[in-house]
Design a protein around this ligand. Structure first.
Ligand SMILES: [Zn+2]
Ligand SMILES: [Zn+2]
Length: 328
């Protein structure tokens, strides 16, 4: 396996994993736009990821599409490939590649926190583990997600007249926040910006319960008083949100740990809810897969490489470009 301008290339199989340019043959870990690019001739992914790609990319979702279930193995060239759950978003997978008696696992984006919207991350023992490091600094330790949801619900009881508008990434964060709210006992309708509806419908099609959702765009202003409204991050501070009655602006993201980022976005109520592993999860995962060699693809690579080396692991930073941390 080697790094090319297009991305990670598995030479004995003749395929790329999450290539950043259109290629002949791609294995795609999940549907976020920095991993699932348009225009590949052949795409192999889970059913969930293929459905997300079709919805977001239309004709660009790949000419030939092949679904592979978690745990199913297929031969590609001289390799055997299977997909293991990554716990990141619906359909997200780690790519397990075996050739010449060794096993490489490319984890894509992942987290270890329980998430009702996708299958939990499965540690696969391997010889080479390829990991992201979006939150690869010891300062990043995500708090329990239900505690963050309690903050939101508390604010709604303190300001019952105000709308609460929460910025969420359309794929993953939106549906996870909804399931967390439902788990915390919030049963009222949740209002959605139009950009969030299609992916919520897709999740429901895959059996994820989201409760009653209503479009925020057609809802009367009076109805949105005291309501909970979810919108893409780009919409929470613009004209769209100002139509709401004196909104409390919140945002759910791992980056809300960084106060400056919250301030930049005009976020009054930051909610630290991440779909990426934090520092402890990254370190725990290296322990569990037990790989003597680790490659770090993107993010805060240096600290994780240093940590791995201190534990006797051969580690290298790949510094892959083109990954914008959508959905962090
Ligand atoms: Zn992602
Ligand atoms: Zn990513």
């Amino acid at each position: 396996m080697r790094v090319c301008p297009e991305g990670l290339f598995v030479e004995p199989g003749g395929f790329f994993i999450d290539p950043v340019r259109a290629v002949e043959r791609a294995v795609v870990t999940h549907g976020h736009s920095d991993h699932a690019r348009p225009g590949h001739r052949h795409v192999l992914a889970t059913e969930g990821t293929l459905a997300i790609m079709r919805q977001r990319l239309g004709d660009g979702a790949g000419q030939g599409r092949q679904a592979l279930g978690y745990g199913e193995a297929i031969r590609i060239g001289d390799t055997t490939v299977r997909l293991a759950p990554a716990g990141h978003v619906l359909g997200s997978a780690q790519v397990v590649v075996e050739f010449g008696g060794s096993r490489v696992v490319v984890s894509g984006d992942y987290k270890r926190t329980f998430d009702r919207t996708c299958a939990p991350f499965e540690p696969v023992p391997c010889d080479v583990f390829v990991t992201e490091a979006t939150f690869g600094l010891p300062v990043f330790r995500h708090p329990p997600d239900l505690g963050e949801v309690e903050k939101l619900l508390h604010s709604m009881t303190v300001f019952p007249e105000r709308s609460h508008v929460v910025g969420v990434y359309a794929l993953g964060k939106c549906q996870r926040l909804i399931t967390l709210l439902r788990a915390a006992g919030y049963e009222r309708p949740i209002y959605l910006h139009g950009a969030l509806t299609p992916i919520c419908d897709l999740y429901r099609g895959f059996g994820v319960e989201l409760g009653e959702l209503r479009p925020a765009t057609v809802a009367a202003k009076e109805e949105l008083k005291g309501a909970l409204v979810l919108a893409p991050p780009g919409a929470i501070a613009d004209r769209w949100a100002r139509r709401l009655s004196d909104p409390v602006v919140a945002m759910a993201s791992g980056w809300m740990r960084v106060r400056q980022r919250a301030r930049q976005r005009g976020v009054e109520l930051p909610l630290v809810i991440s779909d990426h592993a934090d520092w402890d999860e990254l370190c725990r995962t290296l322990d569990e897969v037990g790989a003597p060699e680790v490659w770090v693809t993107h993010g805060r690579e240096e600290a994780l490489v240093h940590h791995a080396r201190s534990r006797g692991i051969r580690a290298r930073a790949l510094a892959l470009v083109g990954f914008e941390e959508e959905g962090a």
